[in-house]
Design a protein around this ligand. Structure first.
Ligand code: C2E
Ligand code: MG
Ligand code: MG
Ligand code: MG
Length: 290
């Protein structure tokens, strides 16, 4: 039987999978330790207005520099945090830290925070958001929560209620990675999103001849406009991609072409050196990620 004493379970993995499971457990322990010992940090990537080329906000992205393994991608450790239940505490730390950092920025500049499906499913989540805003004295409209389509997988009254409670707080809501999930359009009808983030897989290579991506981006933009939502094109890397995205009418752009994620101190330094106009043109961080 697959159940029984916990250790017997290992017999059902191949030796490679066994190593993976062991690895995950080790990483989970290390992650727990990192959380307790200030081992996680946030970096911030600029989001730029298509029209004005001014920075309108930054997305907070979580980083973990493992003492032995070096930097570990959030695409690897966030799922581990989700499975182990650590995501609650990690998400709370991210929310508080991002709001505190953003409170030091120029008025009107927003911070976007990624919210995982299990955070979103937690009835205590709105309190976490309110506490973080109050603790940082940050106006709710300066916080944007990024949610992926997967929150609709268990589409129930709880999901609807969560949207209502978050909108009541006054934060903005963005639909992240649009086009990569199961992309039912039904939920766009009722979920109160302020913004759709077009996934990088559509943006990258969109400027290549014969690519169908630009037709898809165009369709998403007109859909968003009809619904009164902004659009951010994610992952623009080249001048050609940038030119195309602007031509297709995306209201915002986020990508290496304008700036890589950078430490909070560099966001502040950049704003100071720009005076009041946080222009993205020629914007350089002293310590961008590679
Ligand atoms: P995401 O929310 O879609 O974030 C955008 C990702 O695209 C980031 O990767 C960013 O560094 C990367 N990116 C932005 N522009 C470019 C570009 O021009 N070229 C390329 N190649 N990449 C670009 P990152 O930081 O590795 O994060 C990956 C994912 O991990 C995020 O995707 C998000 O789903 C998750 N994540 C990161 N931080 C958090 C967090 O605090 N909480 C939760 N729940 N998830 C997080
Ligand atoms: Mg995001
Ligand atoms: Mg995304
Ligand atoms: Mg993503």
């Amino acid at each position: 039987a697959a159940k029984g004493n916990g250790r017997g379970v290992h017999r059902f993995y191949s030796s490679d999978m066994h190593a993976d499971a062991e690895d995950r457990r080790a990483l989970e322990e290390d992650l727990r330790r990192a959380l307790a010992a200030d081992g996680l940090h946030l970096v911030y990537q600029p989001v730029v207005s298509s029209k004005t080329e001014q920075i309108t906000g930054y997305e907070a992205l979580l980083r973990w520099n493992h003492p032995v393994r070096g930097p570990i991608s959030p695409t690897l450790f966030i799922p581990i945090a989700e499975d182990s239940g650590l995501i609650g505490q990690i998400g709370e730390w991210v929310m508080h830290t991002a709001c505190r950092d953003a409170a030091d920025w120029q008025d009107g500049i927003r911070v976007a925070v990624n919210v995982s499906p299990s955070q979103f499913a937690n009835p205590g989540f709105p309190s976490t958001v309110m506490n973080a805003l109050a603790g940082a004295q940050l106006a709710p409209e300066r916080l944007e929560l990024e949610i992926t389509e997967s929150v609709f997988l268990n589409d129930d009254d709880g999901t609807d209620a969560m949207f209502t409670r978050l909108k009541a707080i006054g934060v903005r809501l963005a639909l992240d990675d649009f086009g990569t999930g199961y992309s039912s359009l039904g939920y766009l009808k009722k979920a109160p999103f302020d913004k759709i983030k077009i996934d990088q897989s559509f943006v990258r290579g969109a400027a290549t001849k014969g690519s169908r991506n630009s037709a898809i981006i165009k369709a998403i933009v007109s859909l968003a406009e009809a619904l009164g939502m902004d659009t951010t094109a994610e992952g623009a890397e080249t001048q050609d991609e940038l030119a195309l995205i602007r031509q297709l009418g995306c209201s915002h752009i986020q990508g290496y072409i304008y700036g890589k994620p950078m430490p909070a101190a560099d966001v502040l330094a950049g704003q100071r050196s720009m005076g009041t106009a946080a222009s993205a043109n020629g914007f350089q961080s002293s310590r961008p990620e590679r």
